[in-house]
Design a protein around this ligand. Structure first.
Ligand SMILES: [Zn+2]
Length: 265
């Protein structure tokens, strides 16, 4: 039984590592993701993107990736799709000036993936022994209706506690003291650093410096929507000019499509 378990875990780890080399999105993939994701919640959009780039993993396996593991993969897919730099806008919280930022994907990537073979971790605090796992997409989905951030954090921590005990006696997740929940939330963040990416920004108008949370799901989706609409415009232009089918136009390399577009317009 023990050997069987270890074997399963090794297979699982291998599966996750395989998934680190992701299939680049084709023009057809991009439109399919846009079509499916348009009516989805961002949590599902992220999984829709991953499902196309990591076809060897099931939806359940993708949803079980920690938020940091999920985001590491999204950064890779984004880099394959649109290159190594991210350009965006942020608003200065002091003077409301709109600032452009330009940052390398490499600078936002945390070097190591959280240890994927380590499914359970342990924290000892205030006489409590807490075994826990890292939050994943399912956990975030379970908190969607929760308005109070403190309550949400407490619920998230409780979901991720696999076992809690004091002096060998089991303690229910709902009985954990606030201090332990707070420490565990901090430890979870430390164990999965890619889950929270902060940008160092400075306003050129008022010199205010601050850190802004960078959400790869929102950022990538906004780019993908723009790309999808651009692609459809290109299909429209070429189909009208040459009578070609959508599938043939989308199947062309970007360079070839661009050449015909220049000729047609
Ligand atoms: Zn400012």
């Amino acid at each position: 039984m023990g050997a069987r378990l270890r074997g399963d875990r090794a297979d699982r780890a291998k599966l996750y590592r395989t998934c680190l080399t992701m299939r680049p999105l084709s023009a057809q993939d991009l439109l399919r993701v846009w079509e499916v994701g348009e009516t989805q919640h961002p949590l599902d959009r992220a999984l829709t993107l991953l499902a196309v780039a990591c076809p060897e993993l099931t939806w359940d396996e993708l949803a079980a990736l920690s938020v940091g593991q999920r985001d590491a993969r999204l950064f890779t897919i984004r880099e394959q799709a649109s290159g190594p730099r991210l350009n965006g806008f942020a608003e200065c919280p002091r003077c409301a000036e709109r600032l452009e930022f330009d940052v390398a994907v490499a600078d936002l990537r945390v070097a190591a993936d959280p240890d994927e073979e380590e499914e359970a971790r342990e924290l000892v605090t205030d006489g409590l022994v807490l075994r826990f796992r890292l939050p994943n997409s399912r956990d975030l989905a379970a908190l969607l209706g929760c308005q109070d951030p403190a309550v949400a954090r407490s619920l998230l921590v409780q979901r991720c506690v696999l076992h809690a005990s004091r002096d060998g006696t089991a303690v229910a997740g709902s009985e954990l003291p606030a201090k332990a929940i707070s420490r565990l939330a901090k430890r979870m963040a430390e164990c999965d650093p890619q889950a929270e990416v902060l940008l160092d920004l400075r306003c050129q108008a008022c010199d205010h410096a601050w850190q802004a949370l960078f959400d790869i799901v929102t950022f990538f989706w906004a780019e993908l929507v723009a790309q999808a609409k651009r692609l459809l415009c290109e299909v429209h232009t070429l189909a009208r000019a040459y009578g070609w089918h959508e599938a043939d136009i989308l199947g062309m390399s970007t360079r070839r499509r661009q050449f015909y577009l220049d000729m047609a317009t």
